[in-house]
Ligand binder design. Structure first.
Ligand SMILES: [Zn+2]
Length: 386
């Protein structure tokens, strides 16, 4: 991962770096510093392959911050004014690009397969496309309002906001595709990161503005990105997945079949409804966050999730709920689980140029340049933990 991250920028400003891992009960997170990172991860998390990969992603994410955010950064993110909040419209670049690269680093380091990599992209796309807030809050707004929204989530966050981490990563992916297509694989997002790093960190040692970021992307893409920024950063227009993947000879397909699994469109904790998703059955038929479910068709099932699994889609139920101390009756029909996932499939009949561009996009395995790890450190760690 150290080698893969270093090769993205072509250089590494550090000769040593410390990773402090605190194994916790439930926490997952990391904080980037100039020469180190402090991570928190669940102590049982490394026991499954998914958890192990997620932990590696966290390490790659924080390590990538050595360049992006701790050195190369949007102007308000350093030097900080510690007296007040520091506002920027660019957290989608700072955290979004880093989230995009965390999986690409694992792919380049040979730690995950191409299938697993494409799967991680589909998951991110699915996450934002199934969130109603995606149509309401732009990436620039999501970044700007981080102080009052992202870090103060409430019952309506999923309906009204979008994560600048996840959508920022998806936009980074689109920019990567665009740059590769425009240069026929000669350049990708890596080169833009190198340009920015040289210019704003190494030469000027100051933060960059949105216009400067756009200019660096346009310098490599050789087209205007005025519309791209207007539509996808400052507005909430639908993202152009199909067209961008198509140029590289890759099919992007939405799953069309609904599953037979019943769907009620809400999150319930114990007997309390915590979230109601806009457009879902609960929302449509009148249930509300903080309603306390007293009974469904006259009884309270011992396990709500078991109950839900056994029901039929289309069936209508009488919910008795306590809302602000008042007993209410609400009738709710169950829907089919909406079709979520997309598939990203490289076409076998892609042209030679397209295959070259795909190789760039998939992040071919790096050559070993820095380290000679005969015994993979992380494998050793995983064994010890297990
Ligand atoms: Zn981060």
């Amino acid at each position: 991962m150290v080698e893969a991250a270093t090769q993205i920028f072509g250089k590494n400003p550090l000769s040593d770096y410390h990773i402090l891992v605190q194994m916790t009960d439930q926490q997952r997170g990391g904080l980037e510093h100039l020469n180190s990172t402090a991570l928190q991860y669940t102590r049982t998390g490394l026991e499954t392959p998914e958890g192990y990969e997620d932990f590696l992603s966290l390490v790659a994410h924080e390590y990538f911050h050595i360049w992006n955010v701790k050195r190369l950064r949007p102007a308000p993110l350093g030097p900080f004014d510690y007296e007040r909040e520091n506002y920027t419209t660019l957290l989608w670049q700072a955290e979004g690009f880093t989230s995009y690269y965390e999986k690409l680093i694992l792919k380049k380091a040979g730690l995950i397969s191409q299938e697993a990599y494409l799967d991680s992209l589909s998951k991110k796309i699915n996450q934002i496309e199934s969130q109603p807030g995606q149509a309401l809050q732009s990436l620039a707004e999501s970044s700007w309002d981080a102080w009052i929204k992202a870090y103060r989530p409430d019952e309506n966050s999923a309906n009204a906001t979008i994560s600048y981490y996840t959508k920022g990563a998806v936009v980074a992916m689109l920019l990567d595709l665009l740059l590769i297509a425009q240069t026929e694989g000669e350049a990708c997002l890596d080169e833009v990161m190198q340009d920015l790093y040289a210019r704003y960190y190494e030469q000027a040692n100051r933060g960059f503005s949105e216009d400067e970021l756009k200019a660096a992307l346009e310098g490599r893409a050789q087209i205007s990105l005025e519309d791209f920024f207007a539509h996808y950063i400052h507005q909430t227009q639908a993202l152009p997945y199909e067209a961008y993947f198509d140029k590289l000879g890759i099919d992007f397909l939405w799953e069309t079949a609904s599953s037979d699994k019943p769907y009620w469109g809400m999150a319930v904790e114990g007997k309390i409804i915590r979230q109601v998703w806009e457009g879902g059955p609960a929302h449509r038929d009148g249930l509300s966050a903080f309603d306390q479910i007293v009974a469904i068709n006259g009884i309270f099932p011992p396990s709500l999730s078991n109950w839900l699994e056994k029901q039929k889609t289309g069936a209508r139920y009488e919910y008795t709920v306590l809302r602000e101390g008042l007993l209410k009756t609400v009738f709710v029909s169950l829907d089919q689980t909406p079709p979520p996932l997309c598939q990203i499939k490289p076409r076998p009949e892609a042209s030679t140029i397209q295959k070259r561009m795909q190789a760039r996009f998939f992040g071919n395995k790096v050559k070993r340049i820095l380290l000679d790890c005969k015994e993979g450190f992380w494998n050793t760690l995983a064994r010890k933990t297990a």
